[in-house]
Design a protein around this ligand. Structure first.
Ligand code: ATR
Length: 331
């Protein structure tokens, strides 16, 4: 399995990791626990070492799940989790982001306990907190590093300016942000800032939340259901945008067909082709899809393929999130 470094932290992980959010929430109902644990174990057997969760996924359930799956096996994986966003325990509604030093400490302790882990390898601020200076958040994170409780610090959806301010307090190993053939807004100044500082980019939703796998052929088979965030509010999956976006996906499918690859493999190959500083954490609840995704490592794109794929992002209809979500990205 191809490995890539998490910045200059000295931690190396599989270039393709597993984004675990969808096992618990946001893309439909949560998986049955035994099936999810089986999937996580098979992922390790297949060479995946990078597992990404967050305090808010399933309001703690996702961390608990990883804790059950990896008890006694922490040495085989790199565990990444995130803190900051607050949710109403009853409704799940988002209540804002707490980046205060007190919350850094208490969230960390709670995550550790939920997972039954001894340390967290990569600990991210999940969204930049408007009411706390990033230097203050970083100060407490640095203490956790010095105490040996976390291996490295990450930021998620941070702007170039925030990244630079944070880095001046303590090195950042990874920036986690949405990045895919359809989502390239970070290329303007965020990705260059990462390159300048030697920070890795961990690409979430590298498959465009499933859109870039070619699994949807028309708006009539778009995701549905109250528990599916895409169906409810993701702009690119709303019928008025999705119809046009699916036409763009045809170009990915054509390249895949010519190569005898899956569209998901072409999409992940595009992300990984951006450089050694880029890692991908596609999410899946299915072993067959996990195996397909790992096959992206053998999918080679030509200059001609890349030229076609590079044309697509500018034509995508719909933002990455609804307006309230967009207010929290690239901050
Ligand atoms: P995120 O990072 O937010 O999880 P993503 O990785 O871009 O988003 O996409 C995840 C979605 O792609 C999931 O809905 C997943 O569905 P399954 O759980 O049914 O697999 C889907 N997905 C992942 N790999 C896939 C593949 N190889 N073929 C088809 N769909 C896939």
């Amino acid at each position: 399995m191809l490995s890539r470094n998490l910045g200059q932290s000295g931690i190396s992980v599989s270039a393709i990791g597993l984004g675990c959010m969808g096992l618990s929430e946001f893309y439909g109902e949560s998986m049955q626990e035994s099936e999810a644990i089986h999937l996580l174990h098979r992922a390790v057997d297949l060479g995946i070492t990078h597992f990404d969760t967050a305090e808010i996924y399933g309001q703690g359930q996702n961390e608990q799940l990883l804790g059950k799956a990896f008890a006694g096996r922490w040495d085989q994986i790199v565990l990444a989790t995130k803190f900051g966003p607050q949710r109403d325990p009853a409704t799940g509604a988002f209540l804002g982001v707490d980046g205060s030093p007190a919350n850094v400490r208490s969230s960390f302790e709670k995550s550790l306990k939920r997972m039954g882990a001894e340390k967290i390898d990569l600990y991210y601020l999940h969204r930049v907190a408007p009411a706390t200076q990033i230097e203050d958040t970083m100060g407490e994170l640095e203490k956790l590093v010095q105490e040996g409780k976390i291996g490295a610090v990450g930021l998620s959806e941070a702007s170039a300016k925030t990244i630079k301010r944070a880095y001046a307090v303590h090195p950042i190993a990874a920036l986690q942000t949405e990045y895919s053939i359809f989502s390239r807004d970070i290329e303007q100044d965020i990705l260059p800032a990462c390159v300048e500082l030697g920070i890795s980019l961990v690409a979430y939703s590298p498959l465009g939340r499933g859109m870039l796998t070619g699994r949807y052929s028309s708006t009539s088979d778009r995701p549905t259901g109250e528990s599916d965030f895409r169906a409810q509010m993701q702009p690119r999956f709303q019928p008025e945008n999705m119809e046009s976006n699916l036409k763009l996906v045809e170009a990915i499918k054509e390249i895949a067909a010519q190569k005898g690859c899956a569209a998901a493999q072409v999409s992940l190959a595009w992300v990984l082709d951006q450089g050694d500083h880029v890692l991908a954490i596609p999410g899946t609840t299915k072993l067959a899809n996990l195996q397909t995704n790992l096959g992206a490592l053998d999918c080679r794109l030509t200059e001609e393929d890349k030229a076609i794929l590079n044309e697509l992002a500018d034509q995508v209809l719909g933002e990455r999130y609804p307006p309230e979500g967009m207010a929290g990205v690239n901050q």
